[in-house]
Design a protein around this ligand. Structure first.
Ligand code: ACO
Length: 328
């Protein structure tokens, strides 16, 4: 008996943004009280960001992840106990441990003992998580996998550093990937180069009950920019090649929403500027949450339709980068 191929299909998407929306002008006014100068004009021109959301003081990454997950499960028409694996891509977990994925499992009321773990690949985390989930599904190990990207970057921002604090926001996005005989994920490509770990990092750790080193995000903006543009183009072509497709086959391009200039530069090389989903203007850079947030926006507003080909691509600290090509 021949066994038909198993694909991983996106059968539900969901997202969540915390209630507090902060425009560039509001942020500039807040920073001015600390003697830090910035402007809406500077931020829009250099990054394309107009506003971001910040979590409430008592709101955690797992809280936001749960809200996004509930919406994705609802769209997938699945109950929490039908999940076989929960993965949370995050660099801003609630705790050192347990993992945010375990907290999400508990808060969702999943009692089936399903596997749960976090993925740490910073802004590439969601691409890494999707590719990992795909392997679990195609191997036959799991049927329904909840893949979440969730971040509370506001907690690691130094609001005295205008070069970084204007760039990031908080939020969560989720997808349910399900085993199917219908085409879903077509290919993926993941990479890392740890020799660039110092250009984007939070170089602190917990030691003897205190933070040792810096617990704030550090970034060499220009080095990140150059590297990001280079690797994103390369990895997009690698994923296309693996799937035997040309760039023209992409219906929707969902890059990590870091910065409109990086996104547009990559999209141009794929001749896909018109096909790009942009949420960075309203969400800022939400790291691992940015791709699933943008995906959910474009699914729910009707742009992304069943049968269309979507490419997601991420790049971030580590340095890490990756792309996943899938059919909706
Ligand atoms: N408001 C006003 N002025 C500012 C601000 C600000 N928020 N931040 C920096 N400046 C000033 C600098 O002090 C500098 O002033 P000077 O010329 O008097 O010294 C001037 O603006 C230019 O600074 P640069 O750092 O050279 O600005 P650049 O054009 O490189 O833009 C930016 C900075 C936007 C960070 C850019 O390097 C960039 O887009 N890098 C990519 C990094 C990125 O997107 N990171 C996201 C996280 S990484 C990821 O998700 C993959």
């Amino acid at each position: 008996m021949t066994q038909s191929a198993i694909y991983s299909r996106v059968v539900g998407t969901g997202s969540y943004l915390p209630a507090r929306r902060v425009t560039n002008q509001q942020l500039a006014d807040e920073l001015a009280t600390r003697g830090i100068e910035t402007s809406d004009e500077w931020i829009v021109e250099r990054t394309g960001i107009k506003a971001r959301h910040f979590a409430a003081p008592d709101q955690t990454t797992s809280d936001m992840a749960v809200e996004a997950a509930k919406r994705a499960l609802e769209m997938a028409n699945l109950s929490a106990d039908q999940i076989d694996l929960i993965m949370v891509a995050t660099s801003t977990p609630d705790f050192v441990f347990p993992s945010t994925a375990c907290l999400v499992q508990s808060k969702l009321g999943v009692t089936n003992g399903c596997a749960a773990f976090d993925i740490q690949a910073v802004c590439s985390g969601f691409a890494y998580a999707m590719a990992t989930a795909d392997n679990f599904i195609r191997s036959g190990a799991y049927r329904n996998v909840l893949v979440i990207g969730a971040e509370t970057f506001s907690r690691i921002l130094d609001f005295n550093d205008r070069t970084t604090c204007v760039l990031f926001g908080d939020g969560a996005g989720a997808v349910v990937l399900q085993a199917s005989s219908e085409t879903g994920i077509l290919s993926s490509a993941l990479h890392a180069d740890g020799s660039y770990s110092n250009i984007l990092c939070v170089p602190g750790n917990v030691n003897a009950g205190a933070v040792q080193g810096e617990a704030f995000l550090y970034m060499d903006g220009q080095a990140v920019f150059k590297l990001a543009v280079k690797v994103l183009e390369k990895v997009a072509h690698e994923a296309l090649e693996k799937a035997g497709l040309e760039a023209s086959a992409i219906d929707w391009l969902i890059p990590h929403q870091a910065n409109l200039r990086i996104m547009t530069s990559t999209a141009r090389k794929l001749d896909a500027v018109e096909k790009m989903v942009v949420t960075v203007d309203q969400h800022g850079n939400t790291s691992a949450a940015s791709i699933p947030l943008a995906l959910d926006v474009a699914v729910r507003d009707g742009r992304i339709q069943k049968g269309q080909t979507v490419m997601i691509e991420g790049v971030g600290g580590g340095f890490t980068w990756g792309a996943v090509l899938f059919r909706m």
